[in-house]
Design a protein around this ligand. Structure first.
Ligand SMILES: Cc1cc2nc3c(=O)[nH]c(=O)nc-3n(C[C@H](O)[C@H](O)[C@H](O)COP(=O)(O)OP(=O)(O)OC[C@H]3O[C@@H](n4cnc5c(N)ncnc54)[C@H](O)[C@@H]3O)c2cc1C
Length: 411
């Protein structure tokens, strides 16, 4: 174990932002205490007690900060490309399978092109990538319904977790601009899961670097004097913070505003619904897109099939149990059409439902900017919601955590 130096920096929250902050600090040899309210780390990207993921998490080549974090913790090769050639997408309405290359330079091949991508639609896509238009995604593509349905809507749901009628084009534009870079469109998923391929190696490295990790340690309150944070309150314990000591608050927005009343935080959030079906095909990982159904993405791993519904409606969240058989039949039809190995019986295998009611902020056109990052001189906010340009994703969380870590180092 490394011996870290200096007064410890307190990092509150062990989601991706807090982990990234702690990694940045500990890499430079600074002492860190990482406080986490729940028994485990990972936050909204975590393993459940039975080892499964709370929900499918994918990264793309255009996520350099997240991929660099995987490199640092030694897990980069555990994130693999399930569909290196092109993403299979099954249209349930047309009962047709097609393949879409995620990289625009591969769209020269007609059999790898998003549906509806003529010259005019391509120009609309280029225009959408320019910064600054204050409209919804649906408005920007209203003259290109086929491209909207077959490509822009799935991309918006995956990246912004917001329905196209409500999603701000500016956040999608930030994603589109990054897709043009070489390697940007490679899609990665954890080979085994978020526990073994992300959270556990991150915690193991932090421990080796001497970071003190305190699970089940919820920050209950902050005390300030003037512009300075003076104490952290954990239950009955009141921890003094020296004037030169730094604190990174990497908690979700609803918790940040509880601790700092009056803070400007996103108020509207969108859910993600995940269904995990038992499935023992031994195949995978494989990844499938679905169009025109209840669900959008299917991840097949040797131990099970995970289905994602981003920005799920209130009705679907409420009736998820009753709808699970229909979701199985959708994915079964797609899996058979795509020739995925494994038994795909008509009777749905046992399933489990995970509802993340506040998976991400809703990215509307008039979403207010994040608040100033320093509510006190020696305190910095971090988290996916603190990213002004990118949508709330792992990349946004890691970037903001690294930024907070660098600030604490500079002090
Ligand atoms: C089902 C699902 C699927 C997703 N899919 C993708 C995807 O495919 N790709 C992608 O890039 N992103 C995806 N996301 C988004 C991604 O998970 C989040 O953007 C990211 O994990 C947010 O990290 P964070 O550290 O900012 O916040 P969080 O993960 O919310 O971490 C905050 C941490 O702070 C802790 N905490 C809260 N209050 C306190 C307190 N008072 N004291 C101490 N600790 C506290 C929490 O327990 C938590 O561990 C998905 C999210 C969900 C829910």
């Amino acid at each position: 174990m490394m011996r870290a130096r200096g007064l410890p920096v307190h990092v509150v929250g062990a989601g991706l932002a807090g982990l990234a902050a702690a990694l940045t600090l500990s890499r430079a040899g600074r002492a860190v205490v990482l406080h986490e309210a729940s028994p485990g780390a990972g936050g909204r990207a975590r393993a459940l007690p039975d080892g499964g993921d709370n929900g499918t998490h994918a990264l793309i080549g255009a996520n350099p900060a997240a991929l660099a974090l995987l490199d640092e913790i030694g897990a980069r090769t555990d994130w693999i490309e399930p569909e290196p050639e092109a993403l299979p997408v099954y249209d349930l309405v047309a009962a047709r399978l097609h393949h879409v290359a995620l990289a625009p330079r591969l769209w020269r091949r007609p059999d790898r092109r998003p549906p509806g991508l003529g010259a005019a639609a391509f120009l609309a896509l280029l225009r959408a990538a320019l910064p600054g238009r204050h409209v919804t995604v649906a408005q920007a593509f209203d003259r290109h319904p086929e491209l909207l349905r077959g490509f822009v809507e799935p991309l918006t749901l995956a990246a912004l977790n917001t329905p196209v009628e409500e999603a701000g084009l500016r956040r999608l534009g930030a994603v589109l601009r990054r897709l043009w870079r070489p390697e940007a469109c490679r899609l990665y998923v954890a080979r085994r899961g978020l526990g073994p391929d992300l959270v556990e190696p991150a915690l193991a490295l932090l421990r080796r670097r001497g970071v003190e990790i305190r699970p089940g340690h919820r920050l209950r309150g902050l005390e300030r004097e003037g512009h300075r944070l003076t104490h952290l309150r954990f239950g009955a314990a009141r921890m003094p913070i020296a004037p030169e000591q730094r604190v990174v608050l990497a908690v979700p927005p609803w918790e940040a505003v509880r601790l700092l009343p009056g803070l400007r935080v996103p108020e509207r959030h969108a859910p993600i619904l995940n269904l995990h079906f038992q499935h023992a095909s031994g195949a995978g990982p494989r990844f499938l897109g679905l169009l025109g159904g209840l669900s959008q993405w299917v991840l097949v791993r040797p131990g099970g099939v995970a289905v994602t519904v981003s920005a799920a409606t209130a009705a679907l969240l409420r009736d998820a149990e009753a709808k699970a058989p229909a979701i199985w039949w959708e994915l079964r039809e797609a899996a058979l059409a795509a020739g995925l190995p494994g038994p795909w019986p008509e009777a749905p295998p046992p399933w489990r439902i995970v509802k993340e009611h506040r998976a991400t902020p809703l990215h509307e056109p008039d979403q207010p900017p994040p608040p100033p990052p320093h509510p006190a001189e020696n305190l910095m906010l971090a988290g996916d919601w603190m990213e002004p340009v990118l949508p709330a994703t792992i990349e946004a969380a890691v970037r903001s955590g690294q930024r907070a870590g660098r600030w604490a180092l500079a002090a």
